[in-house]
Design a protein. Structure first.
Length: 309
């Protein structure tokens, strides 16, 4: 049964691990070159150095920026959706079930074997990103895209996407329809989990005259408010508190002058945020939610196959 599974899905396996190898090579080359570039430009200010790195490795940044969204969708659409959807479309499941292999064993090998490989591939991606990212001094917690490519997040997301595609294929019995479901549900889940993560812990609260003391750190911002001179927290400053420049929001100097006027009159920024020390707490909660979802989708798949048999 394991050999049959390999024969059926070796194309997907080889393409996936080939792409992982290509990404690993890209990370290795760009990471080594970036380290040499940083060493040779050590005299630049941190902001100028980051801008230079961004300009130099724009193509690498673009590829990496799409990975947290595209990678799970590809796993769900091209690993999960055809796994059972194609079997039902072609009717080949009937041939398998008339052989000596029980339905339960047939399904278990497919789900556990391929699901395990998907999770390992996600962990391999996480390991590559963990080695590559420090060369570019990017945030790991405040940047959700990078956060989703570190730790156990890729394994959890990829396994969830795989089980989602498998369940959709088993229920709908159409591969293309299952692919569409994968893309739609993952889009909703990505946004929903990001919104939900604000509630994983009580956010820290800081009152400051300069909010960059918080926003410049590797933190996840939750909310911004103002503290008026009377000590009351308000969402927005009252109209007329300070003259607003016509370029406010587009011109940094106008915005700075407006904020300096407010600070001079006793207003203060109130920033709610989650600090980097909560990185693994958020990772494990996200993973628990995704794994619970994957387990539920596994049960849906089993029931759908039992009804078909």
């Amino acid at each position: 049964m394991i050999w049959l599974t390999w024969r059926q899905h070796r194309g997907q396996l080889l393409v996936t691990f080939g792409l992982l190898a290509a990404l690993g090579l890209m990370f290795l080359v760009s990471g080594l070159e970036a380290a040499a570039f940083v060493a040779s430009n050590a005299g630049l200010a941190p902001g100028d150095l980051d801008a230079a790195l961004g300009a130099r490795y724009d193509a690498v940044y673009t590829v990496f920026g799409w990975l947290p969204i595209v990678a799970p969708a590809l796993i769900g659409a091209f690993w999960g959706a055809p796994l059972l959807g194609r079997e039902f479309e072609r009717g080949t499941h009937r041939l398998v079930w008339t052989q000596a292999v029980p339905v339960r064993r047939w399904l278990t090998v497919k789900l556990v074997g391929l699901g395990g490989l998907v999770a390992l591939a996600g962990l391999a991606m996480s390991a590559m990103v963990s080695v590559w990212r420090p060369r570019f001094r990017t945030d790991t917690f405040g940047n959700v895209g990078i956060f989703n490519m570190l730790g156990v997040e890729p394994a959890a997301w990829w396994l969830f996407a795989f089980m989602l595609g498998t369940a959709a294929g088993a229920v709908l019995r159409r591969t293309l329809a299952a692919m569409a479901v994968v893309v739609g549900v993952l889009a909703v889940m990505t946004f929903g989990l990001f919104t939900l993560s604000d509630h994983y812990a009580t956010p820290s609260r800081v009152v400051t005259a300069d909010q960059t003391t918080v926003t410049s750190q590797d933190v996840r911002l939750v909310e911004h408010a103002w503290l008026d001179p009377a000590g009351r927290e308000i969402a927005e400053t009252p109209p007329g508190a300070c003259p607003r420049g016509v370029d406010k929001g587009r011109n940094d100097s106008a915005r700075t002058a407006y904020e300096e006027c407010l600070i001079g009159k006793g207003y203060r920024h109130v920033v709610y945020f989650h600090g980097h020390d909560r990185f693994w707490r958020f990772q494990l909660i996200d993973a628990a939610i995704l794994l619970a979802g994957a387990a539920g989708l596994g049960l849906v798949t089993v029931r759908a196959v039992r009804r078909a048999s």
